[in-house]
Design a binder for this molecule. Structure first.
Ligand code: ASP
Length: 345
């Protein structure tokens, strides 16, 4: 007899789990044990669902490294007892958390699906029900008794994405996320369809799951803009504890060629700080040396972020710094796709 698929639903906070207090009009978190009362349809999904919640559910603007570790531990401690995990999370920083979790879980063989909603579950026009129900269905999808998905994904408004490729692109549309540099892994319509050729395959060597929890957040994201001053850049790169900088450059990775700017970056890299070049465009890739305005960055040894998102670059940088990767290997490892977060050359 085949066993019933078991899914663990983890509520971290965010709009999805809120109900409106109709007297005051404010949104407040509701007791997640009452989930079934709001979505009785869940009873009809052919799997066993258990749920746990952060002791104090948070708006995702308050997410931090300790919360990422807490979430990772909830999944790790329940890993052997469940077939899949659905994480309910505020949409504001969902791409950051989901990217971080993707790096933290090495040799993943089960689905971890992040979802949330733009309207609370208790709202008449809510998008929460569909997002939640379909996420559970995705997490419990199996083929020949093996999970269809064995990676960290984000499901929102009928589309399933590789989580570390996503960005929140809209503060009010139901279609709040996009993955500009990688096609959706699946789509929900009348049928739930997966693009199987795009899915990460679990390792065939049965390597043990490793959960990496040492993230180092001594980093900064620096978005350049026309008129940025020497003083600002110098102040930022001289922070004593700084170990990594993500520079959001223009277009295909271009930046000012002025001597003060190049020299500051050069000195920063020589000091042992890892500097990563990502584009501030939401789609497309850094191509170092494509224009003269990125050739100088290549020469000073900047790390090529290629088509990674800023959210994912940030998570990868924290992860690799936490793993204490030696300086001599850091650039090569960063420029190598580890969890499908950037395209192969
Ligand atoms: N501010 C909320 C959060 O990110 C928005 C949402 O849940 O979508 O927690």
């Amino acid at each position: 007899m085949t066993k019933m698929t078991k899914i663990l639903l983890i509520y971290t906070g965010g709009t999805i789990g809120m109900v409106k207090d109709f007297k005051t009009g404010t949104l407040k978190t509701f007791n997640f044990d009452k989930l079934l009362k709001h979505i009785p349809e869940i009873n009809h999904i052919n799997c066993l669902i258990e749920s746990i919640s952060f002791e104090e559910p948070i708006d995702s603007s308050n997410m931090n490294i300790s919360n990422w570790v807490l979430l990772a531990e909830l999944i790790e401690n329940n890993y052997n007892n469940f077939d899949g995990f659905v994480v309910l999370h505020g949409s504001d920083t969902m791409s950051y958390t989901a990217s971080a979790i993707s790096f933290m879980f090495e040799n993943l063989t089960k689905p971890i699906i992040f979802t949330g909603s733009q309207l609370p579950i208790g709202d008449l026009r809510t998008d929460a029900k569909e997002n939640l129900i379909t996420s559970i269905q995705i997490a419990s999808s199996k083929e020949q008794d093996k999970p269809v998905i064995s990676e960290v994904c984000l499901y929102f408004e009928y589309k399933l994405y590789r989580a570390n490729r996503t960005t929140k692109i809209n503060a009010e549309h139901f279609e709040a996320f996009d993955s500009l540099n990688f096609p959706p892994l699946g789509e929900s319509g009348v049928h739930l369809k997966f693009s199987k050729q795009l899915l990460l395959q679990p390792n065939i060597y049965n390597k043990r799951l490793k959960v990496r929890k040492k993230l180092d957040n001594n980093i900064v994201v620096l978005k350049i803009f026309p008129g940025i001053t020497n003083e600002v850049v110098e102040t930022i790169v001289s922070i004593n504890s700084l170990k990594g900088v993500i520079i959001e450059t223009y277009g295909a990775g271009n930046a000012p060629t002025e001597a003060w700017f190049v020299n500051l970056l050069k000195k920063t890299i020589e000091r042992g700080v890892h500097v990563v070049n990502v584009t501030q465009c939401i789609g497309g890739s850094v191509i170092l040396g494509h224009y003269e305005t990125s050739e100088h960055l290549k020469k000073i040894g900047i790390i090529n972020g290629k088509d990674i998102t800023t959210e994912s670059a940030l998570a990868k940088l924290m992860y690799l710094l936490g793993e204490k990767i030696p300086k001599s290997e850091f650039k090569t490892i960063f420029e190598t796709p580890l969890r499908g977060e950037m395209s192969e050359d």
